[in-house]
Design a protein around this ligand. Sequence first.
Ligand code: SF4
Ligand code: MG
Length: 327
Amino acid sequence: MKDLIQIDHLSTYFNTESGKVKAVDDVSLRVREGEIVCIVGESGCGKSVTAMSIMGLVEEPGGKVVNGQIHFDGKDLLQLTKNELRTIRGNDISMIFQEPMSSLNPVLKIGEQIMEPLIIHQKLSKKEARERAIQLIEQVGISRAKQIVDSYPHELSGGMLQRIMIAIAISSNPKLLIADEPTTALDVTIQAQILDMLRQFKEQSNMSIMLITHDLGVVAEMADYVIVMYAGKIVEEGEVVKLFESPQHPYTQGLLKSKPVLNQRQDELYSIPGQVPNPLELTESCYFHDRCEHCMDICRTQQPKLKEVALQQKAACWLYEEALVHG
Ligand code: SF4
Ligand code: MG
């Protein structure tokens, strides 16, 4: 499979009143054609900021992509103008968020909101766009599409609104769909239906999906490849079966202790003792050291690098430094 998007050494920082927060710190990853990559981690670990950086939605002066390249279809997204990026967002990369209400305009009818990008980016006439909107509503599993097209967002349930967001997202036949906690606000049954639907669309169109979640049940259900983030860094990554069968990083091992059950939503990821470090107080160290039962002296003073620890599996942990382990 060919790489669709390749991110190298991405760093995105935010300036806050109390200091600089390295929300994403030297992150490299790729998503191949037709692949589902899940980025998993607790809130604040940098998963959403990674997505926002790809989409060009990190706003200065508060936040800034300070380093890295994001290659998509032969272009470095970080070098594009706002307009060029907007074109890519309207055609090749789509995004859906946890709260559909925050992306929909409450005073515009559902149909108008689906039609707008079709008219702007695909140059459909109003009439064609309306017909296409009805088709799309049917495609995301909503009956009475002809009625829904003239409804307002507040008239629909959360699950239906998320389906509408998916309809808008797939309306341009994107190559990449970035979904940031798309089912977190929904109940278990609706969540399963929506994930199924995303997988079906992926299979029909060979679209790639970058799925951001804190829910390991969702990861088990959806991922081909998994990236585990902690405090702005990737601590482990690998092919999904391997990562679940033999997690190498103590953080991933902790996450998996909660044994996710398929199709069951988890509000709390797990209960590893301790807390994510304060992003303003990070020192040169393994950021997980306060919570790690294997912590060694070196873990407190030097940061381990992400390296191959098994076939198709990488981890950033001093336990896997040959020199240390084998003397
Ligand atoms: Fe634990 Fe050290 Fe590995 Fe960090 S580097 S996860 S503290 S053993
Ligand atoms: Mg988030």
